[in-house]
Design a protein around this ligand. Structure first.
Ligand code: ATP
Length: 458
């Protein structure tokens, strides 16, 4: 059953922009998708077998960028805080977890099929609930069916009752079911948080728009446990902090906004939810949701597991179930937003220069080492230079083609600095450093290079 429906959905995947996007935006979208393929950022998965649409592989450059997105999140959410600890929970989990969380009963989207063209759509995402966006037919939809988004599989060689397991559709439940373990081993007390980055899986009805919505993706989630009376204050705190994280990492303010959910959008357990939204080529859309989830999650797991999931506040001799504030972001979706926000073109000497103006922390490589020519007398010292810099940063090394072409290639993958070693370098022990954004070049003694770069690559 699942294979059949997956196949049908793959056919109807919307990997391009919706019709109402403007030409300029469509252009940006296509350019970023093409650049991603051309420069080893993101490849369509299983391409040699015709592709498996809406599934993507991260290439040699993309894997670095995705790691940097996750590292930047971890740095500000875990490394720089005394009140958050990390976790790496299992992807496979038994039905009991999803029964307690409500996912088995409720984690579904309304699905409709168009009788005219056979396309399948998510009813709640349609601009007009009676018009098929694929063929424009009106009133041809089947009755909506609730489609559970969780991928089910079987543990062990025997299939059947008692052997079902689920691939997690979010990382959050790992934090809730480990609440007591973390509380006792980390000696934290509310307000404190548990953070996790990892893969999640959802059998999306309409994946598409490149890596914006895929069936396999990565999330970066924090569950922040607070005394109930402090929940509102922490909710506001995390809304601000999370919006600022994107601004601090170089996305322009006019491309970001915080949108509070209307009452009819809220889940039954959430008193407040806001989305950080990015201006994607098709319009404003979600990057991250920040929700005040009350005590729903811990109460549910306590009731289903029979374990006490609460905090004993010794100072006030009071026992309570902490409330949860959850900032939940997508790593892969955020990477796409960084790509869209950073893409730039400018005319240089009658030629168009494509440049990714990425924040240094997000840029895949921080430095490129380029010998002016492939001659052995330059290549040898360049390898030493590479080793010196690679001990500190991710460094690319490239000796192919003319130097101008190599600069342009580094611009396209957002490398902040290129270091060129030429024949003079053999004599003066200095190199030329070129800045990605201004294209300005300075000559620097090799002995000063690490400090010079260190001051700039914070
Ligand atoms: P949407 O409304 O876009 O389906 P959601 O509200 O269901 O998203 P959450 O459950 O809040 O999403 O997940 C937190 C974050 O995980 C989202 O803001 C998004 O960045 C990311 N995310 C969710 N689903 C996907 C997906 N299918 N592909 C890529 N990223 C996703």
């Amino acid at each position: 059953m699942r294979d059949v429906s997956l196949g049908a959905m793959a056919e109807s995947d919307d990997t391009n922009l919706s019709a109402e996007s403007s030409g300029a935006d469509r252009d940006l979208f296509d350019k970023v998708v093409n650049l991603s393929k051309r420069r080893g950022i993101v490849f369509p998965s299983a391409e040699i077998y015709g592709g498996f649409r809406s599934t993507y592989d991260y290439g040699p450059v993309g894997v670095l960028m995705l790691r940097n997105v996750k590292e930047a999140w971890w740095r500000s959410m875990v490394q720089m805080r005394t009140d958050v600890v990390g976790l790496d929970a299992a992807i496979l989990s038994p039905p009991a977890v999803w029964e307690a969380s409500g996912h088995l009963a409720n984690f579904s989207d309304p699905l409709v099929d168009c009788r005219n063209c056979g396309a399948r759509h998510r009813l709640d995402k349609l601009d007009d609930p009676v018009v098929c966006p694929t063929c424009d037919a009106r009133g041809q939809f089947t009755e909506p069916r609730q489609f559970n988004l969780m991928f089910q599989t079987h543990a062990g060689p025997v299939q059947g009752a008692g052997h079902e397991v689920y691939l997690r559709p979010e990382t959050a439940q790992g934090m809730f079911i480990n609440f007591a373990n973390v509380l006792y081993t980390s000696r934290k007390k509310p307000p404190f948080g548990i953070a996790q980055i990892g893969k999640s899986f959802r059998n999306e009805i309409t994946p598409g728009n490149f890596v914006f919505r895929t069936r396999e993706f990565e999330q970066m989630e924090l569950e922040f446990f607070v005394p109930p009376a402090e929940a509102q204050r922490w909710y506001e705190y995390w809304c601000d902090a999370r919006l600022n994280w994107y601004l601090d990492h170089g996305i322009a303010p006019e491309k970001l906004r915080l949108r509070a959910h209307d009452a009819d959008e809220l889940s039954h357990y959430s008193s407040d939810t806001s989305d950080v939204e990015f201006l994607f080529p098709w319009g404003w859309d979600e990057l991250e949701g920040i929700a005040n989830r009350g005590d729903y999650d811990l109460t549910q797991h306590a009731a289903h597991s029979g374990e006490k999931l609460e905090y004993y506040d010794q100072a006030n001799n009071e026992r309570y179930v902490p409330h949860v504030i959850e900032p939940a972001a997508g790593a892969t979706r955020t990477m796409m937003a960084f790509l869209m926000a950073a893409y730039d073109e400018e005319l240089v000497n009658d030629d168009i220069r494509h440049v990714l103006r990425l924040h240094h922390r997000i840029a895949p490589y921080k430095v490129a080492v380029l010998p002016l020519s492939k001659k052995a007398e330059l290549v040898g010292p360049c390898h030493d230079l590479f080793e010196m810099l690679a001990a500190r940063w991710m460094v690319d090394y490239d000796e192919t083609q003319a130097i101008g072409k190599r600069y342009r290639r580094q611009d396209e993958i957002g490398t902040p600095y290129c270091v060129t070693f030429d024949f003079d370098s053999l004599e003066d022990h200095a190199v030329t450093v070129r800045d990605r954004d201004s294209m300005e070049q300075v000559r620097l003694p090799i002995a000063e290079l690490v400090d010079w770069l260190g001051e700039r690559l914070t």
